[in-house]
Write a protein that binds this ligand. Structure first.
Ligand code: UT7
Length: 331
């Protein structure tokens, strides 16, 4: 007999340093009006001298508090980030030390925008088999340091931002019961959204052209990513609903990865969802990649957008390409 897995506590944290569209307009050829019209973003947060392991600390402390647990109750950590503090070791190790956890296992996963959905899925399996009772799952990113904050990098610089969200996944019946997760990827599109260097494929010595060529910046083929996103989001949401014999009318709230407001609007229209059925906070935080779904879910709970018996759908699409959905039922 398998255990059920539940999201029993959530928390989020974003850096204090608010960057407005006008701030970006001072360093690159862009405008508040362009950014609002094409992305829906009004402002975002950029960390100052902090890594994803640091942003994860307040988010996790809040998630533990909401779960009613102490640090020592946690059996395992899954840390989703595409922007680890260091190349080696993973941010989960750095975070585990900073939080002063006992010697529990910890794991980094690198699935970019879909990282949190993949992380939930990993935690769910350990809970179901009974190996662990309480797992801390984190999505945390510091992307601002990989941005080209000039006109050349304006397509990514106006979108991506920093933040962290955390969730405690447990066998204890409380919060959101995980009904299913569905995961997909299509690696042939890996270079449509990527950071080429530094990498183990080359030795970035002082003589190399890595910095000169800007290979260390995040690069995105925005139109191609957009085209695939608006196809894959609805597909994987419907896959999750079908698996649970649910229909679109059963969705109380859809929390999509906050990639671009136009992508969310496209999904809403395609699935014929009402304004109440879809959550958005991209105007405040921008696209925080692996952190966006847990930040949004944490805010939705905080703002009492979720009640008992609600069907909550999480979905993400991003670099890899990788995408996924998670269907939850609030107890
Ligand atoms: O997190 C998951 C992965 N990421 C995403 O899902 C993001 C997907 N893509 C997007 O959100 C959009 O493609 C962007 C917001 C990145 C770009 O919006 P777009 O409407 O697709 O613009 P575009 O790339 O088609 O560019 C239109 C014009 C271009 O100028 P020309 O060639 O028409 O003269 C760009 O150079 O807009 C220009 N442009 C800008 N102008 C002002 C691109 N970025 C900017 C900017 N400010 N920041």
């Amino acid at each position: 007999m398998m255990n059920n897995a539940y999201i029993i506590g959530l928390g989020h944290y974003t850096p204090d340093n608010i960057i407005s569209n006008d701030d970006l307009s001072k360093v690159m050829d862009t405008s508040h009006d362009w950014i609002i019209e094409r992305t829906g973003i009004e402002e975002r947060r950029f960390a100052k001298d902090e890594g994803p392991s640091d942003l994860a600390i307040p988010a996790s402390n809040l998630a533990l508090k909401k779960a009613g647990l102490q640090k020592d109750d946690i059996d395992f950590i899954v840390f989703a980030t595409s922007t680890p503090d260091y190349y080696i070791p993973g941010s989960s190790s750095i975070f585990q030390d900073k939080m002063n956890f006992k010697n529990i296992g910890c794991l980094d996963i690198r699935v970019q925008c879909s990282g949190f959905i993949y992380a939930i899925s990993i935690a769910e399996q350990y809970i179901k088999t009974g190996q662990f009772n309480n797992i801390l799952v984190i999505g945390s990113e510091v992307q601002s340091t990989a941005m080209n904050l000039t006109t050349e990098g304006r397509d990514t610089a106006v979108i991506f931002a920093d933040g962290a969200g955390a969730a405690v996944i447990s066998s204890r019946k409380k919060g959101g019961k995980i009904l299913s997760t569905h995961l997909h990827s299509e690696g042939k599109y890996a270079k449509e959204l990527w950071v080429e260097s530094p990498s183990s494929r080359s030795n970035p010595t002082i003589d190399s052209n890595t910095i000169k060529d800007g290979r260390h910046f995040l690069k995105m083929n925005g139109r191609e990513v957009f085209k695939h996103a608006v196809k894959r989001f609805p597909e994987v949401i419907l896959e999750g609903l079908d698996y649970n014999n649910l229909g679109l009318e059963d969705i109380n709230i859809l929390i999509p990865h906050q990639a671009n407001l136009r992508i969310s609007k496209f999904i809403q229209k395609k699935l014929n969802l009402s304004d109440d059925q879809i959550f958005s906070n991209i105007h405040k935080y921008g696209n925080t990649t692996a952190a966006s779904v847990p930040i949004a879910l944490s805010e939705a709970v905080e703002n009492k957008r979720i009640s008992s018996k609600d069907i909550v759908v999480l979905a993400a699409f991003g670099s890899g390409f990788a995408w996924g959905s998670c269907i939850l039922e609030w107890v």
